[in-house]
Design a protein around this ligand. Sequence first.
Ligand SMILES: [Zn+2]
Length: 402
Amino acid sequence: MPINSQYYSDAKSVEADLAAFMQAIIRIPSLSSCEAAVIERIQVEMLRVGFDEVSIDPMGNLLGRIGSGPIVIAFDGHADTVDTGDLSLWERDPHSGDIENGILYGRGASDQKGGIAAAVYAGAVLKKTGMPDNVTFYVTATVQEEDCDGLCWQFIVNELGLRPDLVVITEPTSLRIYRGQRGRMEMEVHTSGVSCHGSAPERGVNAVYKMAGIIADIEKLNEKLAPREPLGKGTVTVSEIRSTSPSLCAVADGCTIHLDRRLTVGETEATAVAEILALPSVRAAEASVTVLDYAVPSHTGLTYPTRKYYPSWDTPEDDPAVSSAKTAYRAAFGSEPETGFWTFSTNGVAIAGMHGIPCIGFGPGHEHFAHAPNEQVEIEHLVRSTAFYTAMVKTLAGQHGE
Ligand SMILES: [Zn+2]
């Protein structure tokens, strides 16, 4: 079905530049904490298409602004990507940026340089067609998301004092409107024993044996976690185990397991820790539970420590942010949108989960290409995201009494 909206034709008119920009940023590798070069390239493009102000904060996040009205809308995309993984699984160079039959290939194509490119070009279109007077429009190209989701937005809200009225997360949604995700956290459980010579284990207390019951209880706990609408079921899994002993010929005096816990509605850091501490095996072993910290320097050298707790969030279906997104979608494409939730985690854990700032998601590409070989995105998705973002800005401007 042909799309006849002005939003779509405006976006279509910048397709060539949008695609070329996307190729350029795909060709710049940008692992977490190594985003300097790609941030600089995005900054160049923002200035080229006419952003009013472009700055890099002390953490290394790039913030581009157009307009200075009272309604503040930010379009957020993280500029870092995960590594390429096994190169033999890729059919092309992961940084080729090749375009073939309308599909652009490379690490970051879906997760999620396409969202940044489309948002920058929404800025370009709005600059040309007229940014509404009552809007301040931001595009944030943020850092370290793959390593510590949301940390960049803890910094932006707490240290820069920027608190938008709405943030559109541009992670891949297959052009659907997303309104939340499960949260997550990382914990360690530790048991202590007493080492002795391995030839007479009865003299010691083996920390690994103490952990065995705990592992079994955690496996059962995962099955018992109840689903809760709208995010489904939380999960817990053991992702690593390690132990210590004075020698390989000794009884282990320490054992630690690492837990990946996904959190649904109503599950928090406190409830998840309490649940582990309440396991009979944990009590019997007098095991300790620790929530881990993240303290890795960003590409500018700034360390901004945080706990590895990433709260869930969900924006209600009847929230004004979701209604506006649906209105914008209809205006851009002349059809009904689908809504949904991410399986993975996004910067929304801080924006909505910690700070309570209204969030919705809309982005080019598909979640199943994230972190996978042969990652790709349809050029048409980039164009449509640009159309949606411009429609979203105009919709929010109109709703606020223009
Ligand atoms: Zn992502």
